[in-house]
Design a protein around this ligand. Sequence first.
Ligand SMILES: NC(=O)c1ccc[n+]([C@@H]2O[C@H](COP(=O)([O-])OP(=O)(O)OC[C@H]3O[C@@H](n4cnc5c(N)ncnc54)[C@H](O)[C@@H]3O)[C@@H](O)[C@H]2O)c1
Length: 439
Amino acid sequence: MSVDQLLQKILKKKALVGIIGLGYVGLPLVLRFCEEDFQILGFDVDPKKVATLKKGRSYLKSIPSSRISQFVRSGRLDVTDDFSRLSERDCILICVPTPLTEKMEPDLQYIEKTTDAVRDHLRKGQLIILESTSYPGTTEELILPRLESTGLRLGKDFFLAFSPEREDPGNKRFTTHQIPKVVAGVTPSCQKAAVSLYHQIIQKVIPVSSPRVAELTKLLENIYRSVNIALVNELKMLADRMGIDIWEVIEAASTKPFGFSPFYPGPGMGGHCIPIDPFYLSWKAKEFDFTTKFIQLAGEINISIPYYVVSKILDALNERKKSIKGAKILILGVAYKRDVDDARESPALAIMDLLQKKGATILYHDPYIPVLPPFRKYLFKLKSSPLTLRLLHRMDAVVVVTDHSQIDYQWVVKHTPLIIDTRNVTKNMKQWKRKIIKA
Ligand SMILES: NC(=O)c1ccc[n+]([C@@H]2O[C@H](COP(=O)([O-])OP(=O)(O)OC[C@H]3O[C@@H](n4cnc5c(N)ncnc54)[C@H](O)[C@@H]3O)[C@@H](O)[C@H]2O)c1
C-alpha cells in the first residue's frame, strides 16, 4: 500500500487503527477514534484490563463505562492481548509507560518491547506513531532501526511519526478533541500520513519539522511546569519564614494582565509526567556533555517539599505539647492531584512514609483511591477510611494533601483539632485560624 492509498483509507475512515497501551492516554484516544467512526483494536499486556474492556466496563474514574460499552456492543471497538493481530492494523499508535529506573534513568523497556512486537508483525503500508513521552531521538534512534531491520523501507513501505500526548486527566475544560496535537513524521510521506490521521479526530494539528522537535516540545511543556512549581514552592518556604501568605501574593500577582502566569505551591510534585519526564532530558543531555541545571534544581526543590510539610506537622504538634511518635494523623487526599484516581508518584506517599518512620499512626481518606496499591518506592497496606465525625475526633491532626472538590473542608476543619493545609482549602476560614497551619 502506497502513502496515497493509506491517505485515502484514512480520509474515508476505513483505516484500521490499533492502539497499544490502554491507560490514561491510550483509552481516551481509543474512544475519540470510535466517536469518529473508526474501527479500533486496542492492545494491552494486562489481561485484567482487556477482560474489563471486553465487558464494556471502564477502570478509569474519568471515563464512564457507558462510553465504552456502546462501542463494544456496536463492534466498533475490540481489545486483545494477542499482538500477532498488529498486522491487521493500518495505523498503530503506541501509548505505553515511560517511567524512570531506581537510578532516575529512563526505563525504556516498555517502548522496546512494544517496538519489537510491532517489528515482528510489520507489513507494507503501516503507519506507526509513538505517543509516549520520551527524550529527543527516541523515534529515530530507538524505534526506526528496529523497524528497518525487517528490510522494509521507511517512507515507502512503512511510515513512522511521533506525536506527544497532552492528556490532562480530570480536566473537564478540554476534551481530547479540543487539545491541539503536535505531529512530526520522520519523512515527508510519514508526516503527511500522520497529520491526516490526527486531522480526523483533533480540531487543530500542528505539524513540526522533525520527531526530535516534537519530542522536545513535550518535555519543554513539562519542564516549564516543573520549574515554575519549584519556584513557587521555594518562595512559599521563604514567605512562611517572613510571615507572609504566599497564596495571597500569587493572587495579587495574577492581577497583572501580561507577563505573569500563576503557578501554585503544594505538598510536592506527583503524577506520571512532571516528576519524571524532565529527567529523560537530563539523561540525554549527558550525551552532549551538557548539564540541565534548572531541571536538576527544580527536581531537588520539589522532592524536598514533603520533608518541609512533615517539619511543619512536627512543629505544630510540638506547639500543642504533642510528639509525632504515637500521633494519629489523617492524610486527606492521596491522589497526585484534584479529582483523579491516580496516586503514582504522589507526594502523599512520601509524607506518609516519613510520618510513619517517625512513629505516627497514619490513616488516609480519598474518595478516588479506596485501596493503596503497591508503588515504585512504597508499599502501604492501607484502605481509605470513611470520613466520619468519629474519625475526625480520634485524630491529632489532619493533613490536606489533595484538594478533591467533593470534600466539605469547612466541616473537616470544624471538627479537627489541628489542620495542616498544603492546598489553601482553608483560605476563607479565618474563624479557625488558630488551628490551621499552612504548609
Ligand atoms: N497520564 C497522563 O496524564 C499522561 C499525559 C501525557 C503523556 N503521558 C505519557 O503517555 C504514556 C502512557 O502513560 P499513561 O499514563 O497512559 O500510562 P498507564 O500506565 O496509565 O497506561 C499504560 C498502559 O500500557 C500497558 N502496557 C505496558 N506495557 C505494555 C506493552 N509492552 N504492550 C502493551 N501495553 C503495555 C499497561 O498495562 C497500561 O495499561 C507515558 O509515556 C506518559 O508519560 C501521560
